[in-house]
Design a protein. Structure first.
Length: 270
């Protein structure tokens, strides 16, 4: 009775073959979870005892992408063991290539993030120039955007998509996109103006467009200011290029006028 159930065929595969494929997929997910637990709880303790930070960075860098790729490989092997149609097999193969390229992109992005965080950021903090403190986060975000853009294009190409046609379609819709992104472009060039002209820097007290506070972050699209009331205000960079900016921190001295009420019998000593 049980053998008859296992030998029943659905979509060119017996129930036993479907069960085997499912078991492989589940096993890959379980092994991936085990590898992640080992890296988090065992290997991390070992690397924390060493004098160098390189092994800690390397472990943190590879653990999640490697586990992700291993799990994806197990799922591909489980599905590939089934007798499926040519089109379905093609979808599975293309999907696996897409996932692997994304895992590699993820790994490269994490590598560059570690380089910025553990190596470049300390160098920037040690320098006396304030400009590099503002530019480094923008370079990091821009580099990350480029890496993921290239990775997605390569992944789509490996998955069988005509990337040229996709990019051509984006070119056709580029005008509409440019119109929709007019404010974004304006804010971007406003940010460029801030970095070139440097009307203020991080930590300066600035008055602009009715706001008065300290500059905490200068980004590509907007700048964050901590007001005197303690609130955090996000101001589009285009405001700084279109409005008058008063840098209070650059005042060499401050004039304060006080009105004192005195009676006629007030003596100089009092």
């Amino acid at each position: 009775m049980f053998d008859q159930i296992l030998t029943k065929t659905y979509y060119n595969n017996t129930i036993a073959e479907w069960g085997k494929a499912l078991a492989i997929v589940v096993a890959a997910m379980v092994i991936g979870k085990i590898l992640y637990w080992i890296s988090k709880n065992l290997l991390l303790k070992l690397t924390s005892k060493t004098e160098t930070k390189f092994d800690d960075i390397l472990l943190d860098l590879i653990e999640e992408p490697i586990v992700f790729a291993f799990t994806a490989a197990g799922m591909w092997y489980g599905l590939h063991s089934l007798t499926l149609g040519e089109r379905s097999q093609g979808w599975i193969g293309n999907g696996f290539q897409f996932v692997i390229v994304l895992a590699i992109t993820w790994l490269v992005a994490r590598l560059l993030k570690s380089i910025f965080t553990f190596y470049l950021a300390p160098l920037v903090e040690a320098s006396e120039n304030d400009l590099d403190d503002q530019v480094l986060p923008i370079i990091q975000k821009g580099t990350n955007l480029i890496i993921w853009s290239v990775g997605i294009i390569v992944a789509l190409n490996n998955a069988g998509y005509d990337v040229g046609a996709v990019l051509a379609g984006l070119g056709i819709g580029g005008l509409a996109l440019a119109m929709a992104a007019k404010d974004t472009v304006s804010n971007f060039f406003g940010g460029v103006t801030i970095f070139v002209d440097q009307p203020f820097k991080l930590g300066d007290r600035v008055k602009v467009s009715g706001f008065d506070g300290t500059i905490e972050e200068i980004g590509i699209r907007s700048t964050r200011m901590r007001t005197l009331a303690g609130t955090l205000v996000t101001i589009p960079n285009s405001v700084f290029s279109d409005s008058e900016v008063e840098n209070v921190s650059e005042e060499p001295s401050r004039k304060v006028s006080l009105n004192l009420g005195l009676t006629y019998d007030t003596t100089p000593d009092s």
